[in-house]
Design a protein. Structure first.
Lengths: 356, 356
DNA sequence: TTGAAAGCGATACCAC
DNA sequence: GTGGTATCGCTTTCAA
């Protein structure tokens, strides 16, 4: 049994007001910064609140005001792999910062993807959030019209290609980032670049693919479709994808990978073939926290996640709070991806064969 | 402006009861499964609730009952590095599963470590959670007596060495896991094993250190203290730690690393020296999702995180809900770490020098 | 500038 | 079995 389970409950407005021989009204007004209370009583009240550790009961307040002062995040986990997208942690951390600053709570709802719709409806019906952040949008994502219909303010982390809906979003420029990364590899002389991407219906994967294609088109090249793979971004997937590609008679000379976790698997597959990164093979990864260069910049790291995802979280939270307050700020925010690439000073890579 | 901001609000108990020409009392009772309502009216009421999409307003309910049906998680982010511990995502996912099943909400509070105490007090004062999960316990963690004093039920994810408090916890057996991993490397013939560990005051790091020491002691060996490093588990840290160790005249022949992210840096340092993993050097990492073997098991992966952290999250949530309900289940749970190690069939490694 | 009183939307006690 | 009503702790008119 917990030792202090039945500790005296925290003080409430009535008790505080009686203590001060004032009405609840006055105390409430003083604490909420209403102008019509005299400065003298205000500081007296604030001091008393401080001393007795008074804080308003949020449930009661939100019942009275109709606002909940809380934002909901629905975190979808793949029913198959029980996988949590690792960017959530950083995004949520960024958003959480903003919520804290503005006195909002963050509600997380972890659901398998088949129960997501129910989760949104529940948020609405139970009335415990003022707004929602939508994670992991897909092509023509049905959740967007659903949320518009439900009538709960929301902001999408990412966008949804092919959607005709009007909605607020915060996204990083995936297309441009992957276009630049691809161009960098092309400049190094690579002609067989593998793209290991997220699931094909995920919007971010679609946009990264676009950038990949655009860079090739820009050079009058057509990427080999058999070098472009999509899957759930696990280490295992990266290992198996890279392994099969490296086993081909015409293996790629470079990899562009959509996730740091997956990159670990790709590297492992390269190691298995005794390929030395930066000499025999180049790997560029998304979602990393630092950049480094080796051998005249043959290996570069595309830096995006940790800080920029966090930044996206902050911006999304700001946009949502503004919407809830009926503000007039921007509703669509495109963040440039942080991108650090080395100069192509090294010699052009030569295709290598795996040496079994 | 959001198109549906002023959508009609969801139905409430009063409306539903009027619709059915019944009292609010009866409707409430029927929906909450009280026995004294006739089966006929119960199904009529349930059907109506279903049709009209009625769900109780949680704020009102919790005001009336005194229970909030919500659990708070305080996520500390390092003020210095703005780092989110990557295990949170998986832990929170596991806990979230259990909360959903039990109709509880999860409240996340993201705070820099200097504001943690305030966050706990706020949870108590604002009365918006029934209980708390404490993350990232340290040696003699002051938050544990604080929470006991505050009087909010809580469960610690991990333990706190040197704490004399009585508290509930769910932990994985870090000591045993690292003892076994170390013994595995010793069996392979390694005598200079580096330990790259988390910050020295973190409880998990202390226990892993113990296991490392115990395995050595078991063989009558004493680990070289200069091979044991502690720091915040970033990739950069792993890179720099491994780099400096490999630059020594007597470099380690194996690494035992406390985090997958950090391992990426260690591998990078090994690559820089043109060391081939599993041939020139062995690396065992914590926090990974799969195990693999190379060259007669010289490289093994210590599998722990993704699934076992998630499992810890589930268990912790169960323990906490039980405490809140005044149940009599276990209050301390020690989970065995999932651990897969290869047999040491390969030849004993020979110490290598970094070249260049 | 301050206070009394009416909600907000549920639960739960007490009659019938 | 069913219904009236006080209650939870706050905000917010409306009066004074």
């Amino acid at each position: 049994m917990h030792p202090n389970r039945f500790e005296k409950p925290a003080m409430n407005l009535k008790q505080l007001s009686e203590l001060l021989s004032l009405s609840q009204t006055t105390v409430s007004r003083a604490l909420n910064g209403y102008p019509e209370v005299s400065e003298a009583t205000r500081i007296r009240i604030q001091a008393a609140a401080q001393v007795h550790g008074y804080a308003p009961n949020m449930r009661a307040r939100s019942l009275a005001t109709g606002r909940t002062q809380a934002i909901g995040h629905v975190i979808p986990v793949s029913a198959k792999h029980e996988m949590v997208n690792p960017v959530f942690a950083d995004f949520v951390a960024g958003a959480g910062e903003i919520y804290s600053k503005n006195g909002h709570d963050m509600l997380l709802s972890v659901v398998t993807d088949d129960q997501e719709e129910a989760a949104y409806r529940a948020f609405k019906a139970k009335r415990n959030v003022d707004g929602i952040i939508l994670h992991g949008p897909r092509r023509g994502d049905p959740r967007i019209p659903l949320l518009n219909q439900i009538g709960l303010p929301f902001v999408v982390h990412g966008r949804s290609s092919d959607s005709t809906e009007d909605y607020a979003w915060v996204d990083v420029n995936n297309t441009q980032a992957f276009e630049r990364a691809t161009r960098f590899l092309l400049d190094l002389g690579h002609r067989r670049i593998a793209l290991i991407n997220g699931l094909a219906h995920m919007d971010f994967a679609i946009r990264r693919q676009c950038g990949f294609d655009a860079a090739h088109a820009d050079r009058g090249l057509t990427p080999d479709p058999t070098l472009m793979l999509s899957g759930e971004m696990t280490e295992t997937y990266g290992f198996e994808a890279a392994r099969s590609l490296l086993a081909r008679p015409d293996p790629p000379t470079a990899f562009l990978v959509s996730s740091m976790i997956t990159t670990i698997g790709v590297r492992r597959a390269a190691e298995e073939r005794r390929l030395t990164l930066g000499r025999d093979i180049s790997v560029i990864t998304h979602d990393d926290e630092l950049s480094y260069f080796r051998n005249g910049a043959e290996v570069a790291l595309y830096t995006a996640t940790r800080s920029s995802v966090r930044q996206a979280g902050r911006r999304a939270a700001e946009v949502l709070l503004d919407i809830i307050r009926g503000g007039t700020g921007p509703r669509q925010v495109l963040l440039e991806a942080e991108l650090t690439l080395g100069q192509s000073t090294g010699p052009a890579p030569t295709p290598v064969r795996g040496r079994s």
